[in-house]
Each structure stands twice: as C-alpha cells, then as structure tokens.
Design a protein around this ligand. Sequence first.
Ligand code: ADP
Ligand code: MG
Length: 348
Amino acid sequence: MIATKRRIVIQIMLAVVVGVVGVFVMKRGQCRVDDSNGLHERRWLSMGTVARYVGRGSSRHDAANAEIVKAAFDEVEWDLSVFNPESAISKLNEEGYIRLQVCNDPCEFDFLKVVSFAIEVARTTEGAFDPTVNPLMRIWGFRKDTVVVEAPSGEMIDKALAAVGFGKVVISTNENGMAEVRLGNGVELDLGGIAKGYAVDLAYERLKRSGVRDFIIDLGGNIRVDGNPSKDRIFWRIAVRDPADPTKNTGEMIELESGEAVATSGSYERFVEIGGKHYSHIIDPRTGWPVERGGSVTAIAKSAMEADAFSTAGFVAGLESGIIKGKLMDSSRWLSRRAKWENLETRR
Ligand code: ADP
Ligand code: MG
C-alpha cells in the first residue's frame, strides 16, 4: 500500500519533470503514415514526447492494443528514467552496482539486456555512443528544471569527463544465473539514447505475442512496423522530418519491411539555451561538449533499440546527414568522424 502510494507520488513527480522537459521539445511532426488505408491512429504523451499506435483492428481492438503499448512505455520509463529516484538506473547510479537474475526469453523487462546492448554499441562506435554521459548531461543543465545560464567551465567538464567511459562499466554473470553490473568511481549511466527504442521493442514483442498484426509503434520518432500497410503493399512508407524546419518533411520516404525500425537523431529537438545559444542534448563523450552540427542522422535497423542507439552515434560521429541502413551491430569497423560506415549502405 505504502509502496503503491510512493509509486503514485513519483509518477506525479515524473509527469512534472516531463512537463518541464517538454518546454524544450518542439512540435514532433516527424513521421506521418503515408497510407490512410483503413488505418487508425492513437496518440498520447509518453517519455516527454508523442507516442502513437497505428493499427487496422476494430476500434475496440485498437484501443486495447494501444493500452498494451502504453503499459510497456510506462514500465520502461519507470525503470530507466534518471528522473525517477526509484528506477533501476537510479539505484545503480547511487549504489554503484546492481545484481540481477539473468532473464530467459521471453523476458518481461530486461534491464541487463539494455545495459549490455548500450555497452556493445559503445564498443562498436568507439565511444561515439556512450551510456556513461550522465555527469556531462548534468553539468550542461539537462538534469535540472531550471535553465542553465552559463556554459560549464573547462574544469567542470574535465571533472565530469573523468567519470565518463564505457570501459568503466563491468558486467559479469555467474553460473547461478545471476548477473552484476558494476560502475567505476563516480560513473553514472544514462540510457536516454536507447530507452525509447527499447520501449518500442518491448511493446512490439508484446503485441506480437498477443497475435496482433499490421501495426506501427512510434515513440518520438522511434518507429517499428509490423506486417503490411495494405494488401498490395509490403513496405510501410514513413516521411523524414526536415531538420532545418521541424514543421516540414524532407520529402524523403523511408520504406520499412515488417519488423524493421527507424530512428532519427538531430539537434533541433531538445536543447538548453545558454547565452542565447542552443546546445543540443546529444553530447560528444570525447570532448564533453554538446554536438554542434546541423542536419540529422536516420538509422534503419532490425530493432528499434539498435536504430535508436546508432542514430545517436551517427550524429555524434559526424556521419553525413541522411539515412544509414545495414547490419549496424555487425559493422566490422566504425569509421570514427568520417561520413560513411564501411559495409553499410549510405544514401543521399
Ligand atoms: P531523442 O531522445 O530525441 O530520441 P536520442 O535518441 O539521440 O534523442 O538520445 C539523446 C539522449 O541520449 C540524451 O537526452 C541523453 O540522455 C543521451 N545521450 C546524449 N549523448 C549521448 C551519447 N553520446 N551517447 C549515448 N547517449 C547519449
Ligand atoms: Mg537515439
């Protein structure tokens, strides 16, 4: 009972934080469904952005399916938000370690999978994506509900940088099916670059297990599709928003096959304003500074978590604006700060 009350209070606190963050969120018109063929869309707010479920069921079925998606998003927000003092991530950050039962598929909620995947992407991208950026997010004002007026000093950046680095996270498992995540001194995780993608995948898997077909799940531009948009079409067509003008689309259409996902990272979406200048919420973990560049990087992948992580990584690493597609996790070599990945198809 007390636990429930506490949970409600924290949920209200989270809603307030999301409201504050929402000040910095511009209109999310990023993706529209290029097909109105008997499809119905439901929208709501989740994790500080717009969530959508698009399906072709009866109104009653669609409403029930949207509830499944909503519940999955709420669970992920509860466990992965650094704004929730009771989340698994906050407990890990506070105590420096967490012990977990290794979960067998299908898994209800797999914290270990998200952390392990984040570290794997960090390794693949040579630290362009790095889930240990939390100390930097804090000094740049992304963890406060007040606006930061000055950029942090070089000394503050150096101090925060000393606690950044995916190599400072150790994940171990033992023969009893237990795992441990241990953080080095002062290290804190921030899974914001991957959490929305994971939430979409969790919702996707739950819908599939319930036998639902032909749908789109979208959480702030992290999109995963299933089935076909119509009898005579196998690709879902999704428009990409113009980074220079978020109210418009670039005119580019992404075609997604059943099961595929897409995500876009850019600096237009969330930022802090310091001295009249906008600083992006994507940080270059090598310099400690927010990434300063225009454009956006869109990644297409086999899971929403992968697309989410690699779009963020591509934006940090200076990939040319446009769309990347390929076996991202299998990419044999990450070409840091170059405009292309080897073994990947780069368009535009
Ligand atoms: P959005 O949240 O708009 O979808 P991203 O998926 O690109 O954007 O994620 C940005 C979030 O990722 C930031 O708010 C922060 O929590 C986290 N983050 C910032 N810089 C990095 C980085 N270099 N590597 C991993 N995560 C990052
Ligand atoms: Mg991302």
